[in-house]
Design a protein around this ligand. Structure first.
Ligand SMILES: NC(=O)c1ccc[n+]([C@@H]2O[C@H](COP(=O)([O-])OP(=O)(O)OC[C@H]3O[C@@H](n4cnc5c(N)ncnc54)[C@H](OP(=O)(O)O)[C@@H]3O)[C@@H](O)[C@H]2O)c1
Length: 272
């Protein structure tokens, strides 16, 4: 009973956010001013769009992928726009690369506010002929590398006042199988949902303000899904996914926008 009374008092006494304050927040530019943001897989597709969007909002961006040229072109674009960016080139399926990346981040900025795990890979095929090597390759990047990045992020965020946001790029395949032949990818993305949920549960309720979120898009027009860049007007744009990431990243420090799932209306969701 005493607990309930304290709970009610806490909420009735807390300062209420007015509608006007909410409108101001929506219209605000530089919503991520001076926030330090690590984005894996930022060379292409969704990660690249998030990097541009967050940089526009004033964040200092630290980007990773394997193809140096992709990082260099993004670095130029962002610097030409007068914003700050650092690049870290490397394969994050190698755990020593992840260690080096976080050491470099620490050296450059000394803290981490937001981590976006976007690096990923997909391959589909019949179960009879799907190789164990491909299965492992998918799990290594879509799940194991994310696990290590979450671990390192939490260590840095705890040292920075036990706060920060970790956004994992899942997929609608985190929630249902999209098609036959997507077993390895679906297993990796279901696994990512479980990992995100479990770590969020471990942190929440223990006064930690580190939030973990799963951002789950349907088909997005990126080099992964559309390597020949044929016009796909009905598919989601990477920029649309970036807007959802921004929504998660700008939620108040004590709020976890845990799960956003978005897909084009042309998609046939929920298992077809
Ligand atoms: N596109 C979609 O329809 C869709 C839908 C739902 C979810 N997703 C998820 O969204 C994320 C991004 O996908 P995307 O469509 O943007 O793919 P993308 O266009 O292929 O971009 C993936 C990025 O990850 C990097 N990457 C891949 N393996 C890496 C590794 N081992 N180490 C470091 N970087 C690596 C790639 O660069 P390098 O190859 O140069 O390293 C690239 O910059 C993935 O997790 C994907 O599963 C995509």
């Amino acid at each position: 009973m005493g607990h309930l009374k304290k709970f009610i008092e806490k909420f009735t006494n807390s300062k209420k956010t007015t509608n006007q304050e909410i409108v101001l927040r929506y219209n605000k530019k530089e919503q991520l001013k001076d926030k330090i943001v690590l984005i894996t897989g930022a060379g292409k597709g969704i990660g690249r769009a998030i990097a541009k969007c967050f940089s526009e909002q004033g964040a200092k961006i630290f980007i990773n992928s394997r193809t140096h040229r992709d990082l260099e072109t993004l670095e130029k674009e962002i610097k030409d726009n007068g914003k700050e960016i650092k690049i870290f080139n490397g394969d994050i399926t190698d755990s020593s690369t992840i260690k080096k990346m976080f050491n470099e981040l620490k050296k450059q900025y000394g803290k981490l506010d937001i981590c976006i795990n976007s690096a990923g890979y997909a391959k589909f095929g019949n179960i009879e002929s799907f190789s164990k090597e491909d299965f492992k390759k998918i799990i290594d990047i879509n799940l194991s590398a994310v696990f290590s990045c979450i671990q390192e992020s939490i260590i840095m965020m705890k040292a920075n006042g036990d706060q920060g946001k970790i956004i994992n790029i899942g997929s609608i395949a985190s929630h249902w199988s999209e098609r036959g032949g997507d077993g390895a990818y679906t297993a990796s993305k279901f696994g990512l949902k479980g990992l995100t949920e479990s770590i969020a549960r471990q942190l929440h309720g223990k006064k930690s303000k580190i939030s973990l979120s799963l951002l789950s898009p349907g088909v997005v027009d990126t080099p992964l899904t559309n390597p020949d860049q044929i016009s796909k007007p009905d598919w989601l744009r990477p920029e649309t996914v970036a807007e959802s990431a921004l929504h998660i990243a700008t939620a108040p420090a004590n709020v976890n926008v845990f799960n956003i799932t978005l897909f084009g209306t042309e998609d046939q969701p929920f298992g077809k």
